[in-house]
Design a protein. Structure first.
Lengths: 401, 341
């Protein structure tokens, strides 16, 4: 009996193996460390079809990745990275250029996917992500409000929605202190046309764009749940799903959840649009997610890892998971959910300006902006203290002499 | 016991204490006086990233660490003296605020803000933990034997729960329109947001800590209650001592060493308050000294972390604990010496 069962299992494995898309049988052990959101689940489950592959999906991957890749041999052959998390790997030189491997095995890749640093491809992107406007179409239509294009329009729309009293809070926001709040400021400040650094990495946020960004963020919070300083992406997503908010500048990777009938009470009512613009451009940053291959691995391992990774990024994978993300992979058909990212990019949103300095600045912003929103400091003092916090850590890191 | 046997018994634990407590402490102490920095160079870098419909390429001057021949970043170690301490304490700003008697300004500096919260938290929860623990112990001691077991079991439950999980579950009861918030709103007929301002979160954190630690105090006191001299108690009853007087003059003096013990443990534990900050995500309003160290150690997206400042902050936390413990340790020391004479 047991033997029969085992045999049946082996048979079905063989069958699925044959039906799956993997174009080779992998015999070199390959491990990956990536973030844990839906898109990574989809990609790694397709990589797994090649065999001898182990995926580690961890939302806190960024704290492990630099050390794991610096080990020799590297603890993982494939790494999942984004704009920011690629920086420490590049700085430490622990990822390898991929041009040879792409020439051999990367025929399916499009030029847009290749992350090039000084002409060398260091990473292969699979999707883009950005915060953009999501809104309740039914509410806006009922109240005769056009879809807001600028942040001033967002405020006036919010005022009308509040007056009508159709939802608990007109606006939702990922304003949780720390990384989320830092990102909100980065978006708004770039949208206002600000620049973060001057010569010699000195902070240059103490200016009118900085003040204007803080003021705009504060005006938005007046229409939010008073607990905004603990609200992260998941919290805002749930507020949408439970019909508590009407608008939010939320991550594109969360768009699919709005129409999930198991979770959402507002299926089909939430529509996507580009991020509202501030004074200069769309107040959002463009992010990409993709893979790198470890340098501290043998060429043989690296080749196997790259082939496995390529088998995760296939048109078949995209076909099965079309609405999970805004894919860059061939075969993607942009649906209505992708509209937000496309419009945001068209409205001039910049790629997130990832660098060592920016990492420090982001932390200083994430910890410092809350003091203005809670009223503990005025705008000038807040910016001055953030700049001082940045300077202290930049000096300690050796970025400022 | 001869010296050799004594050494054989104590030796291993002294060795382990040196290895796992003293050595790391010395290393952290040393690190707080040095900074390790990569050697940087300025380079022109062209970066191409995905865009619509085509890639966007930007060329910019980037600052990046120099890689040595071994493929590792070249670093320099620099002695900075007390600079890391002064970066944490920000004495200039603190003094300015103090001399203007502007406490709000003082509390905008991270370290002082954290110190304020940590001290309040420690000193408010201490009497509550001891009081509640003692109350449960006396109640259980006076309960009939039949229901004693179940009561002990139920009152120990909070202590068994993993701290972070406990904090998270209380947070979920109150966050947004959680069950408890919804109930309070219905009861008081007004809109409540427990996480919308600092003092409510602080209250919740203290409530949680007392709820979590009181069973430990209860356990210790309950054990102590079993050894109260029954003859003394009886003679107190015959002398006409009331319940309160028996508690005040017989039971509490008997339990005093245990109360000191529980206080010591609680002071050490709650001065390192950390789970509550993470569990209630109170960073916007309330931070603790231990959280400050953790935050300095956490690498950001670009992999930066402030080891030196974290070491300084850890040393300052340790100094704080020692200062807090001095009165209690002196008392124990005096009792100890008194006992010998």
């Amino acid at each position: 009996m047991l033997k029969k069962l085992l045999l049946a299992g082996a048979m079905s494995l063989a069958v699925t193996g044959a039906a799956s898309a993997c174009d080779f049988t992998n015999t070199t052990p390959v491990k990956s460390l990536t973030a844990g959101f839906e898109a990574w689940k989809a990609v790694t489950s397709f990589m797994a079809k090649c065999g001898d592959f182990e995926a580690e999906l961890d939302q806190e991957f960024r704290t492990k990745q630099p050390a794991a890749f610096a080990a020799n041999p590297s603890l993982y052959q494939i790494g999942g990275v984004a704009n920011g998390t690629l920086v420490p790997l590049l700085n430490e030189g622990t990822v390898r250029p991929l041009d040879d491997l792409i020439a051999k095995h990367g025929q399916n890749l499009t030029a847009n996917q290749l992350i090039k640093i000084n002409g060398e491809t260091m990473a292969v992107a699979m999707m883009v992500n950005a915060q953009h406007l999501m809104y309740r179409e039914d509410i806006l239509t009922d109240l005769g409000i056009p879809v807001p294009k600028t942040y001033d329009e967002v405020l006036s729309a919010a005022a009308k929605i509040k007056e009508a009293g159709v939802v608990e809070y007109p606006i939702g926001g990922t304003f949780k202190t720390g990384w989320n709040l830092g990102e909100e400021f980065v978006n708004m400040y770039l949208g206002m046309g600000g620049e973060f650094f001057g010569p010699d990495n000195a902070a240059t946020i103490e200016n009118e764009q900085g003040v204007a960004s803080l003021e705009m963020l504060k005006k938005l919070t007046e229409y939010m749940d008073p607990e905004y300083l603990v609200s992260d992406s998941t919290y805002v997503q749930q507020q949408f799903q439970q019909g508590k908010i009407a608008m939010a500048n939320l991550w594109a990777s969360r768009a699919g959840a709005m129409d999930d009938p198991n979770e959402s009470q507002v299926v089909g009512k939430v529509k996507m649009a580009g991020a509202p613009t501030a004074n200069a451009r769309a107040a959002s940053t463009l992010w990409w997610d993709g893979i790198v291959i470890a340098k501290n691995a043998s060429d043989e391992e690296a080749e196997a890892a790259f082939r496995v990774a390529m088998n995760g990024m296939t048109p078949e994978m995209v076909k099965e998971n079309n609405d999970v993300a805004v894919w860059l992979i061939e075969g993607y058909e942009p649906g209505p959910l992708a509209l937000g990212v496309v419009q945001t990019a068209e409205a001039g949103a910049l790629p997130y300006p990832a660098s060592s300095q920016m990492g420090l600045m982001h932390t200083a912003l994430g910890n410092g902006v809350a003091d203005y929103l809670t009223g503990a400091k005025d705008a000038e003092t807040t910016l001055k203290d953030i700049a001082a916090a940045y300077t202290t850590s930049a000096k300690e890191a050796g970025l400022i002499k | 016991m001869n010296t050799k046997t004594f050494a054989a018994f104590v030796g291993p634990s002294i060795f382990l204490m040196l290895l796992f407590i003293a050595a790391p402490l010395v290393s952290v102490f040393m690190q707080s006086f040095y900074v390790t920095q990569p050697v940087f160079e300025q380079v022109e870098v062209e970066t191409c990233t995905p865009g619509f419909p085509n890639q966007t390429c930007v060329t910019e001057t980037k600052i990046q660490p120099v890689l040595g021949d071994d493929g590792k970043i070249v670093t320099t170690v620099k002695y900075v003296g007390l600079e890391s301490y002064s970066n944490v304490l920000e004495p200039g700003r603190a003094w300015e605020a103090l001399s203007a008697l502007d406490f709000d300004a003082l509390l905008t500096i991270d370290f002082w803000k954290a110190l304020r919260f940590t001290l309040t938290f420690t000193l408010v929860t201490l009497p509550l933990v001891i009081g509640v623990g003692l109350a449960i112990a006396i109640t259980v001691n006076n309960a009939t034997r039949m229901i004693r077991g179940p009561i002990i079991f139920v009152s120990l439950l909070p202590f068994i729960i993993t701290p972070v999980i406990g904090a998270l579950s209380i947070r979920w009861l109150f966050i947004g329109d959680g069950i408890m918030t919804a109930f309070l709103e219905w009861w008081l007929g007004r809109d409540i947001s427990m996480f919308g301002q600092g003092w409510t979160i602080e209250l919740l954190m203290m409530f949680y800590r007392v709820w979590h630690v009181a069973p430990f105090a209860f356990l210790v006191f309950y054990a102590g209650l079993q050894t109260v001299n029954q003859d003394t108690l009886e003679s107190a009853v015959i002398d006409g001592a009331s319940r309160w007087e028996r508690l005040r003059y017989v039971i509490i003096p008997h339990l005093m060493p245990l109360i000191v013990f529980v206080s010591l443990i609680h002071l050490m534990d709650s001065y390192r308050v950390f789970e509550e900050i993470v569990g209630f995500s109170s960073q916007a309003y309330r931070i603790s000294l231990q959280w400050l160290t953790y935050d300095l150690l956490t690498p950001d997206d670009s992999g930066n972390r402030s080891i030196s400042r974290a070491s300084a902050s850890a040393m300052l936390t340790m100094i704080g604990i020692v200062v807090l413990l001095i009165p209690l340790l002196r008392k124990t020391w005096r009792d100890h010496k008194g006992g010998r004479v």
